[in-house]
Design a protein around this ligand. Structure first.
Ligand code: ATP
Ligand code: MG
Length: 442
């Protein structure tokens, strides 16, 4: 019997003992969650591979492309699964070769994961290669063939495929804890968020909107970006902070050249407070060294001084063109380049400080009622849940400085299950009734 399956390969380098079984379990669970509603059946763990049964053969490529987007997947082959029968191997190899479109040359690449199969890999290559050459008229080219037919003998079955889809690599989401990412509607921060998800972290996004001084266009774009990012399974929740009033307050009270640094320090403080509640261990930004005036080493240091959590900058050494290439691949570029006002450009001074002295920044910061401003920001929070793997939403919300146990407004919401967008659970820290009701239910 011929079955269609997607054969998933992952990078095992550095995976040993318990790590390895956890990695495989998580990856299996994450694949299962990503394929909900698609034509996929049983997900089996084989020797160093995962096989996903496809219930509608027509959908095999679609299922394979979806699997390739999941962090931890190195590659996926849309394959045929057959019994260990020499004749079936030949017939299926021919079907696989013919499904590869137009070609003039091919090669056969066989692997055995068990040595109890009588033929060695070389013998399989020769036998199947001769049949394919005779039946298709194509010639063998071992160094750069148009098509490679892979034959993998794994446990009790043989897997035959003629295509490989490159996966995103990395680690399964859920293996690296959570982070809070500062998510603008620009090009860089969605890419930074995705990079950190790919390393297995669950991301909680925080977007600072210029509302009420600007429209909510950036919020809508962040919603669209989130819908793309959630495909990796690593996006748990996105908070929106209306920030326009606080920026106006900074602009009125502070030296113009320091405004951007002060906005950023306040953003970091608010993000850190959210991270405490979310039990997140680091903050993430999309900065790249020297890309714009605010991204000099001096300014980065003057902003980081506002927080104690580590600040991760996955793009710090990337050029803009490299970041754009990733954004295009991910599907975020079009959204990020849609016209919108970023809150950082509100009340922008003509000559922002590029090499801030920490003592000058601290003096201006000390003149602000920054703790009250953080509380104002937290009081205006709104959020939307996405289907982040393994995410447990916080059941308490701190209103006291830096504490997770002080006076609380309960904000427990049911964890979002896939879908995101308009169907995802929403909330706001002003919405006491919703909080109290869901706290009772939980
Ligand atoms: P991006 O494309 O991510 O907006 P950028 O090159 O425009 O990056 P900046 O505007 O200087 O850079 O922002 C640097 C980083 O600060 C962003 O990558 C993001 O992490 C954070 N940031 C900036 N604006 C916002 C915002 N409105 N909400 C949340 N985070 C923001
Ligand atoms: Mg920006």
């Amino acid at each position: 019997m011929i079955e269609r399956v997607c054969l998933v390969h992952y990078n095992e380098i550095g995976l040993k003992g318990r790590n390895r079984s956890q990695f495989e379990r998580r990856l299996r669970e994450n694949i299962g969650a990503a394929l909900a509603g698609m034509a996929a059946g049983r997900i089996e763990r084989l020797a160093s591979r995962i096989a996903v049964r496809v219930t509608d053969p027509e959908q095999t490529d679609r299922v394979a492309c979806r699997i390739a987007e999941i962090p931890g997947v190195a590659s996926v082959s849309p394959a045929y699964r057959i019994p260990r029968d020499p004749v079936a191997m030949e017939e299926t190899a021919l079907v696989a070769l013919r499904s590869a479109g137009s070609f003039a040359t091919f090669r056969v690449e066989a692997h055995r994961s068990n040595t109890d199969f009588v033929e060695c890999s070389m013998d399989i290559n020769r036998r199947i290669g001769a049949v394919l050459q005779r039946e298709s008229g194509a010639t063998v080219n071992l160094s750069s063939p148009d098509v490679t037919v892979r034959i993998e003998v794994v446990q009790g079955s043989v897997y035959v495929s003629s295509a490989v889809i490159q996966g995103v690599g990395g680690l399964p989401v859920g293996s690296s804890g959570s982070v809070v990412a500062l998510l603008s509607a620009g090009i860089d921060s969605p890419v930074a968020s995705w990079r950190i998800m790919r390393r297995g972290a669950t991301v909680i996004g925080v977007h600072f909107s210029g509302r009420p001084q600007t429209s909510d266009q950036s919020e809508r774009l962040v919603g669209e970006l989130a819908a793309v990012l959630e495909r990796s399974g690593g996006l748990a929740r996105v908070y929106v902070v209306p920030f326009g009033e606080l920026q106006r307050e900074i602009a009125l009270a502070s030296p113009p050249d320091l405004r951007v640094i002060l906005y950023r320090r306040l953003m970091m403080r608010v993000a850190e407070r959210i991270a405490v509640v979310e039990r997140a261990r680091a903050l993430v930004t999309g900065e790249s060294l020297g890309q714009v005036a605010s991204q000099t080493l001096e300014n980065i240091a003057a902003v980081d001084e506002a927080v104690t959590l580590p600040v991760l900058r996955p793009l710090i050494g990337s050029d803009k063109l490299e970041i754009i290439a990733v954004a295009r691949r991910l599907g975020t570029y079009e959204i990020s380049t849609t016209a919108h006002e970023d809150c950082c450009t509100l009340f922008m001074p003509r000559t922002p400080e590029t090499h801030a002295r920490l003592s000058t920044v601290l003096e201006a910061w000390g003149a602000l009622e920054h703790e009250r401003m953080v509380q104002d920001a937290l009081a205006g929070l709104e959020w939307l849940d996405y289907g982040g793997r393994g995410y447990r939403p916080p059941s308490r919300w701190p209103t006291a400085a830096g504490s997770s146990g002080g006076s609380v407004v309960a904000v427990a919401l049911a964890a979002g299950v896939g879908g995101g967008g308009a169907q995802a659970p929403r909330g706001s820290s002003a919405d006491d009734a919703t909080g109290a009701e869901s706290a009772e239910r939980s």
